[in-house]
Design a protein around this ligand. Structure first.
Ligand SMILES: NC(=O)C1=CN([C@@H]2O[C@H](COP(=O)(O)OP(=O)(O)OC[C@H]3O[C@@H](n4cnc5c(N)ncnc54)[C@H](O)[C@@H]3O)[C@@H](O)[C@H]2O)[C@H](O)CC1
Ligand SMILES: [K+]
Length: 223
C-alpha cells in the first residue's frame, strides 16, 4: 500500500480542493463519517465520548465528528485545545453549525469520566514541538490508559518521520485519510498509532504525482 509524507498528503488535499473543486467541507464531512464508522464498529465503550479538537482542519474533523455523535443521541463532549478565536475558518464553520444543534462546548473536561477519547487536536499539519501544557495533558491521558481513536494521526506524532514532538497520545486505533502516512509505520509513530485504518474520503491524486516512498514492503495492511 502506498505511503505518503505529510506534505505529500497536503498537496493531494489541496489538489482535490483547488484543482478538482471538491469543497473542503465535503472532505471534512466524509472524514468525520469515516471515523463514525470506526467508533460504531463495536470495539469501544461509548458511554461518554470526549472529543479533543485543535484549531486546524484536524479540529474541524473533530467538531464534525462531535455533531454526528450528538445528532445520534450519544453522550459526547467537545473540548478545544487552544484559543478557539484563533481557529481556522473550517473550524469556525463547523462550530457555527454545531451550536445551532444546541451543543455547548466543555471548557474543561475530566478525562476520567470519558470512556473514549477522540483525538482531533493535530494531524498532518503538526510542524513543531507541542506546547508545554499540551504535552502535560497528553502524558496524563496516556497515564490513565483511556481508549483513544486518533483522527488522521495521533497528536504529537510527526506524520512524515514517526518522531514524537514533545509528547504523543497513544492511540488504540488511528483512522487516517486517503493514504497511510510514513510516520504511522515507523519509529514511535508505528507503535503509538495502534491499529491503523485507512479510509477513502474522496481525495484525488494528480496522475503525474511522484511519491517519494516507493517501498511498500513494510506498509501495514489496510485493516
Ligand atoms: N486539507 C484539508 O482541507 C483537509 C484536511 N483534513 C484534516 O486536516 C488535517 C490537516 O489540517 P491542518 O490545518 O493542515 O493542520 P492540523 O489541524 O494538523 O494543525 C493545525 C495547525 O496548527 C499549527 N501547528 C502545527 N504544529 C503546531 C504546534 N506544535 N504548536 C502549535 N500550533 C501548531 C499549524 O498552523 C497547523 O496548521 C489532516 O490531518 C486531516 O485531519 C480533513 O480530514 C480533510 C480536508
Ligand atoms: K489527531
Amino acid at each position: 500500500m502506498q505511503l505518503v509524507t505529510a506534505s505529500e498528503m497536503q498537496t493531494i488535499d489541496n489538489y482535490t480542493i483547488e484543482t478538482i473543486g471538491m469543497p473542503q467541507d465535503v472532505l471534512i464531512e466524509r472524514a468525520a463519517l469515516s471515523v463514525i464508522d470506526v467508533i460504531g464498529a463495536g470495539h469501544f465503550n461509548l458511554d461518554h465520548i470526549l472529543v479533543l479538537a485543535g484549531l486546524g482542519n484536524n479540529g474541524a474533523d473533530g467538531v464534525a465528528i462531535t455533531r454526528l455523535l450528538y445528532a445520534q443521541g450519544f453522550n459526547v463532549s467537545l473540548q478545544f485545545v487552544g484559543n478557539v478565536s484563533r481557529a481556522k475558518d473550517s473550524v469556525q464553520r463547523q462550530l457555527a453549525i454545531i451550536e445551532k444543534y444546541g451543543l455547548v462546548r466543555a471548557e474543561k473536561s475530566d478525562f476520567n469520566e470519558a470512556t473514549l477519547i477522540i483525538d482531533a487536536i493535530f494531524g498532518t499539519g503538526l510542524n513543531n514541538i507541542l506546547p508545554e501544557g499540551l504535552q502535560k495533558m497528553i502524558k496524563a491521558a496516556n497515564h490513565i490508559e483511556k481508549a483513544v481513536i486518533a483522527v488522521d494521526t495521533p497528536t504529537g506524532i510527526d506524520a512524515t518521520t514517526g518522531e514524537v514532538r514533545g509528547a504523543a497520545l497513544k492511540a488504540h486505533t488511528t483512522v487516517t485519510f486517503g493514504y497511510n502516512k510514513i510516520g504511522l509505520t515507523q519509529r514511535v509513530g508505528g507503535y503509538l498509532s495502534g491499529n491503523v485504518i485507512v479510509k477513502d474520503i474522496g481525495l484525488l491524486t494528480p496522475a503525474d504525482f511522484l511519491f517519494s516512498n516507493t517501498d511498500n514492503k513494510n506498509a501495514p495492511t489496510n485493516v
